[in-house]
Ligand binder design. Structure first.
Ligand SMILES: NC(=O)c1ccc[n+]([C@@H]2O[C@H](COP(=O)([O-])OP(=O)(O)OC[C@H]3O[C@@H](n4cnc5c(N)ncnc54)[C@H](O)[C@@H]3O)[C@@H](O)[C@H]2O)c1
Length: 476
């Protein structure tokens, strides 16, 4: 497979006399004829910044800009994997002015056609449609790509998008395995793309404020971070027999690097996440979101040095799954502990919430989830006063909108988005390692980050790097 290097565009910028008259001295700094050889992302950034300073876009009629180059205040995005969350993220992109959808890619034609119709309804865009994302990545006019495929595809989609010079919004978990996550971080650094990982709590005001409070020491010395996530969907889809591949689905492409299996609806759209070939169950699905929040106060990077964990399927309720429905994990950190508890199939949880994070300090505990936070202070009997200030704040629910907006801003500014591949890597490894422990029957694993291996289990080392089904090859 050959993919193009970073797309370059030769742009001849000629400012016609007519425009000179209109704009007067506002354009006197600009040579009447400039020849620039830059890539389209640089062009967006440079022209947007210059335009912001000089008011250029208000001076030059769009017809003139349009004749010279693709509209420079426009960000063109494409989406790989259109059915579920990827499309919701695309909608958030399109709710920003100047963002257009130029391409959609899916291996299920039914999904592809129906999403194309919806995009047209949203803003009139008529994206080009693809079944092979590599062809889509060749589009010069596409600045950025959203990766909304199942986890087993993230690494290939991502590395190829890096090579094609696209900025990337990649859904979590960063990759399905440890080795894939490491390769993705390396690719992002090598190609210098703007990358946002879809761990959107990084843009949620409730979590932002909570982490500031913890960092400021307002709850006193941090002692424990408790995380829990209990959801019904974690038991998997209802039992179903293998069946024919539905019309319009390229099942071989859907499987991609994963092992060949007969088609089964429960392993397919949406519920693939409960099978090791494609995902990591409820634990990696929700784990990365909440573990990311637990790693944030100390900006911890890399995988956990050690984990102690229990992982099993303990529910008698039905549902097709290989991944675990019940997990309790302890991550010892320098002078506090992170503890994750998960019971799939149950919606009731600690502090009356099905999921959340509790930061427990000497002076108080903050409990937070996507809808807000509350600080519950400890009481100091000797001084007859609270050790911290009581606070309770509601926030606006999910933060996909601001997270996407942050990505779009970074496409223009070339700044680093809020959730970097390194953050995605750290959160993913904190989820993948306890899953690996459960799969190889260990209750304790020690991870050597430098050498990328477990020091106490050869069986666990076997699961660090995936075996790709030919002709797909793990990117180097
Ligand atoms: N950030 C969040 O809050 C959040 C929420 C839900 C899902 N997600 C993530 O989003 C991703 C997608 O999950 P989902 O629930 O939307 O899955 P889904 O099964 O609903 O959708 C995946 C789509 O990808 C398509 N696809 C599969 N392989 C493809 C390929 N090689 N090329 C093009 N299209 C391909 C499928 O046909 C399907 O349309 C996952 O990584 C998941 O973890 C994130």
């Amino acid at each position: 497979m050959t993919l193009r290097p970073v797309v370059t565009t030769k742009i001849y910028l000629t400012v016609p006399d007519r425009i000179k008259k209109i704009s007067g001295d506002k354009i006197h700094n600009y040579k009447s004829e400039m020849i620039m050889k830059i890539n389209r992302r640089d062009f967006i950034r440079k022209t947007s910044l210059t335009a912001a300073g000089a008011g250029l876009f208000t001076i030059l009629p769009s017809s003139v800009w349009g004749a010279m180059v693709a509209p420079s205040d426009q960000i063109n995005v494409g989406l790989i994997g259109c059915r579920g969350h990827g499309f919701s993220i695309l909608r958030h992109h399109l709710s920003n002015e100047g963002v257009h959808c130029v391409a959609l890619c899916d291996v299920d034609e039914n999904v592809l056609n129906s999403r194309a119709a919806t995009v047209k309804e949203i803003n009139g865009d008529e994206p080009r449609l693809f079944g092979d994302y590599r062809r889509m990545l060749e589009l010069d006019e596409m600045d950025a790509v959203i990766i909304g495929t199942p986890d087993h595809w993230h690494c290939l989609n991502f590395v190829h998008a890096c090579e094609a010079g696209k900025d990337i919004y990649v859904e979590k978990p960063l990759g399905k395995t440890i080795a894939e996550c490491a390769i993705m971080v390396k690719a992002a650094n090598q190609y210098n793309n703007v990358v946002q990982v879809g761990q959107q709590q990084r843009s949620n005001t409730g979590f932002l404020e909570t982490v500031e409070i913890v960092k400021a020491g307002d709850i006193g010395k941090l002692r424990k971070i408790e995380i829990w996530a209990n959801f019904n969907y974690g038991l998997g889809a209802n039992f179903t027999e293998n069946s024919e591949v539905p019309d319009g689905v390229d099942y071989n492409f859907w499987l991609g690097p994963a092992p060949e299996r007969p088609f089964n609806q429960a392993r397919f759209h949406g519920s693939w996440r409960h099978f090791w070939d494609y995902g990591g169950g409820l634990f990696s699905d929700w784990g990365v979101h909440l573990l990311d929040m637990a790693l944030w106060p100390d900006d911890l990077v890399g995988g956990p040095d050690k984990v102690m964990s229990y992982a099993a399927n303990t529910s008698e309720r039905s549902g097709m799954r290989e991944t675990f429905d019940t997990m309790s994990v302890i991550y010892p950190k320098k002078d506090y502990v992170i503890q994750y508890d998960m019971t799939a199939g149950i919606e009731v949880g600690r502090w009356d919430q099905p999921y959340g994070v509790a930061y427990i300090g000497d002076n108080g505990t903050i409990v937070v989830n996507r809808h807000g936070y509350s600080l519950q202070p400890e009481y100091d009997n000797s001084n007859n006063r609270q050790r911290a200030e009581t606070r309770s704040v509601s926030t606006g629910g999910d933060a996909h909108g601001p997270h996407v907006k942050n990505f779009l801003d970074c496409i223009i500014s070339r700044n680093t988005p809020r959730c970097t591949p390194e953050m995605g890597y750290a959160a993913a490894l904190h989820a993948h390692i306890p899953n690996i422990a459960g799969r190889v029957g260990e209750t304790h694993l020690e991870w050597d980050e430098e050498n990328m291996r477990f020091t106490n289990s050869e069986a666990a080392n076997e699961l660090v790097t995936p075996v790709y089904r030919a002709p797909w090859k793990l990117p180097q």
